[in-house]
Structure formats: C-alpha cells, structure tokens
Ligand binder design. Structure first.
Ligand code: BES
Ligand code: ZN
Length: 460
C-alpha cells in the first residue's frame, strides 16, 4: 500500500499539469456548437486512461460518447474479486457570464492551492483524482484487491439522457458490488463527507404567448395583456409568504426528515452567517421551520433558472412583447415522483393562467431523489477510507444537487452509490470562477487508494 501513496506524492506536479490539459477542453453539453469539444474530451480521457494502464474504449450513444475504462482483469480468476464502478462526467456547464471570470474559463490558472477553470470541481478534477489513485496501483505494481470500471459520461449536466439505456444494454459488463461517485461536496476542508441523499429534479420551460408580434406599447398597451406581466404574475403565485411552494398537493409525498437527521444537520459546520457572506445576500431566505442546511439539501423547491421577454438591448424600446418565457426546475425530496410533480405543476399553471394569453409548457429532464441507508458495510468502508485519507472524522450529509443516474445504478444494476464528494462550498460550481482545491485533489487520490482496500475486505 505504501508504494501507492509514495507514487501519488511523487507525481503531484504532473497530475496537476495533466488535469490542466483536460480542463482546456470546453465540453459544454448544453450547447450544440461544443459537440466537437465533447468528442475531443472523451477521446482525450480514453487516451489518458490507457496511459494510466487501464483498458479504455469509447462507446457511441445517440448523444455524447461514454468512456469505459477498466482495470486489466487478472488471468487467475479462480477467486471472484469484487467489482466496483467509478462514475463521473466529462461534460461541463456553460461558462457564462464570461465577463465575470477573472481568467478565461478554459485557460486553467493556479492561485495558491486553487485551480480555476470551468469543470475543475464539477466534475473533471473529482473523477481525475480517482483515476490517479488507480494509476498509482497499476504503475507501482501493488495489486488492486478488486476489479474497477470507470464510467465517465458526457451528458450529466443535461440530464444523462442516454446513459440509462447504455446501462441496460451493458448490464453484464457493468454488474458490480457498488458504485463510487465523487461529484458532490463536503462542508469544509476539515469535514470529509459521505453523502447519503440527493434531491431529485424536474426541468421545464413555460412560454406565455400574447400578441402575434411585438406591439407599440403606446398604441396598443393597456388594451392587450402583456405576456411578461402575465408570466410574472403566474410565477409569483407559485410560492407563498412562508417560503413554501404554493402548488396544491406539491408536498403530498415528501418523506419527512427524521428527528435523528435533524439533529445531525445541526452538528454540521457552515452557520447561517457564513452562508450569507459566502453567497453575498442581504439575508437568507427559505421555507419557515427549516434551517438553511435543511432547506438547501432536503426540502423541495420551485426555482426560476432563466426569465426572458421583450427587449434586452441598450436603451429603451416601448413595446408589448409577443411572448415571455421562464426556464424552471423543481428540486424534489425523497418520495416525490417526477412525473406526478410535473403533472400537478402543469395542471395548476394551466388552471390559473388568464384566458387573455396562451400557455405552453415544454418538459425537460427529470429524476427522482436518491436516499440510501448510510449504515451498511459499504458505507462503513467508505467512512473508514475518508478518515484515513483526510485524517479527519467524516460526516454524513444530505445534498441538494442531483445526479440523475444514481437511481438507475440501483434499478438496473442493483448497486448502491457511495457519494464521496471533494467539492467545497466556495468552489463556484456552475458559477463564474469555478475552482478545485488542490489539497482536496490530493486527498481525493488518497481516498481512492484507501477505498479499494476497505471496500474489498470481504465482509459482504
Ligand atoms: N455535481 C453536480 C451535482 C451535485 C452538486 C450534487 C452539489 C450535490 C451537491 C452535478 O454535476 C450537477 O450539477 N447535476 C445537475 C443535474 C441536472 C442537470 C439534471 C444539477 O444538480 O443541477
Ligand atoms: Zn454540475
């Protein structure tokens, strides 16, 4: 085992340089113009996996290719070794708004122990740490106590549209004892975490159609409904004064937090004031009766992600716009079914939409929340590995983000996912100036090194 840790220590500078190469590839899955960059990212990653000693292939899908890289299987296969998957994604969020970046998003920059680039923490840096841990085993000649397969996809940030089908079609190859994912966070550098729950999600767009074309607001304004105003009023009715979603039956199936969970939440670092300062808001806001930590990780929401209508250019233009549109996502708590929530949101919006305009609703991606009991042997092994890698006592977390595919790992492969995040609250995932902490990069590699030993101990 020591040679693995020594290898990691010796090679840090090279690993960081390689991660920078990876980060230069702008694989933005939301934007059509980046298709070639997504292919280049997958190709780069597959080549890199080969250099690390893995057997890597690019698998075509109807969308972006999936990189499958496995450890070379032993010849002597009399004793079945455990098999684990490591999942990650090479696609990244759009870097906009560009003007807020202190250095260009696809020109990685190191400042102290922070590596700045789009995709640094979400998710290239995090799965790269696992890759380096496995490289350390393969190159230092220490036998891995298990078989490993990396599944790195290119559509996570747009809802993992094609991966579920791929899992079904390749079930035998991907059959495994558990899945490991580092694509979440930890409360701070002193608290490594095992995340045992994620929120689900539904995405959709609402368009309010008004007049057939933009109209002169002096000539027609006042006699025709303004779609931007109608949409605003509609959206304003989606929540009440207590910070709750005001759509009837929205909370019907939400599984409540247990008393134990609520106590555990209180013990976590990140007090309200830190959060307020970190986020740059005057005051925090949220559903009454729940702490900020609970609100942002365990309670469902209705969020406007984008709102567009009318003239956005320089100066003033006096029009009644022809349409108004909102991009919306609801985060879901365990118990809420995406398709049911989609229906009750649609029905309610249609019901209260005024007859003076036409409402159109287009469905986007959706996924259930994830909840796994953090008490089994795999979770215990993961907690032990976190303790060894970080020299700190790990915490159990629920997190508010979504990783749609983890439910499919359970349904299709029957495997639980261990969420071992390396991101920090100030890493700026999905925001300008995204970064990855290089200490977490190194500790993440150590985590990989210990994890496979702990998970393969055979008490299962
Ligand atoms: N890494 C995140 C998910 C995440 C972040 C989980 C923080 C927990 C804490 C992932 O890349 C992501 O952003 N997922 C999307 C999924 C969506 C587009 C279907 C999300 O949560 O918005
Ligand atoms: Zn993300």
């Amino acid at each position: 085992m020591q040679p693995v840790l020594d290898y990691l220590k010796r090679n840090q500078a090279r690993f960081v340089a390689e991660l920078c190469d990876y980060l230069r590839l702008p694989g933005v899955s939301a934007q059509e113009k980046h298709k070639p960059d997504l292919h280049a990212s997958a190709q780069w990653l597959a080549n890199h996996c080969r250099q690390a000693g893995l057997v890597a292939t690019l698998r075509k899908t109807e969308g972006n290719p999936i990189v499958i890289a496995r450890t070379p299987r032993r010849r002597d296969s009399r004793r079945r070794q455990p098999h684990f998957l490591v999942y990650g994604h090479y696609d990244v969020q759009p870097p906009d708004p560009l003007e807020l970046w202190q250095s260009p998003p696809f020109e990685p920059r190191i400042d102290g122990r922070s590596l700045f680039a789009r995709g640094a923490t979400d998710n290239k840096g995090q799965h790269f740490a696992h890759l380096k841990a496995v490289e350390a085993y393969l190159k230092s000649g220490v036998p891995l106590p298990c078989d490993l397969t990396f599944v790195i996809e290119g559509e996570e940030e747009v809802g993992s549209r094609h991966l579920a089908k791929f899992l079904k079609a390749n079930r035998a190859e991907l059959q495994c004892d558990a899945v490991v994912v580092s694509d979440t966070g930890m409360p701070d550098k002193d608290h490594p975490a095992l995340t045992y729950a994620l929120r689900g999600i539904i995405a959709f767009e609402v368009t309010i159609h008004g007049p057939a074309r933009d109209l002169h607001s002096g000539i027609f304004g006042g006699a025709v409904e303004n779609p931007a105003m109608a949409l605003s009023q509609l959206l304003a009715r989606m929540r009440d004064g207590k910070g709750r979603v005001a759509i009837p039956h929205f909370y019907d199936d939400v599984r409540p937090l247990t008393a134990y969970e609520r106590r555990e939440f209180k013990r976590l670092p990140v007090a309200g004031r830190d959060l307020r300062r970190l986020l740059g808001v005057k005051r925090l806001w949220g559903e009454q009766g729940f702490s900020a930590m609970e609100q942002r990780s365990a309670r469902p929401t209705f969020e406007i992600n984008g709102l567009t209508s009318g003239y956005q250019g320089e100066g003033s233009k006096t029009i009644v716009p022809a349409w108004a549109r909102a991009k919306i996502t609801c985060r879901l708590a365990p118990g809420q079914r995406p398709e049911r929530i989609r229906k009750i949101v649609r029905d309610y919006m249609k019901k209260i939409c005024p007859p003076t305009v036409r409402l159109e609703m287009e469905a986007g991606h959706g996924a259930e929340a994830y909840l796994m009991p953090p008490t089994g042997p795999h979770a215990r092994a993961a907690l032990a590995a976190l303790r060894m890698a970080f020299h700190r006592e790990p915490v159990l977390l629920r997190e508010g983000g979504s990783i749609p595919i983890v439910n499919e790992f359970k349904k299709v492969l029957g495997a639980e996912t261990l969420l071992l995040g390396l991101g920090l609250p100030d890493d700026n995932a999905h925001s300008p100036n995204e970064k990855f902490d290089l200490d977490n990069f190194e500790n993440g590699q150590r985590l990989g090194a210990f994890l496979w030993q702990e998970l393969s101990r055979g008490e299962f």
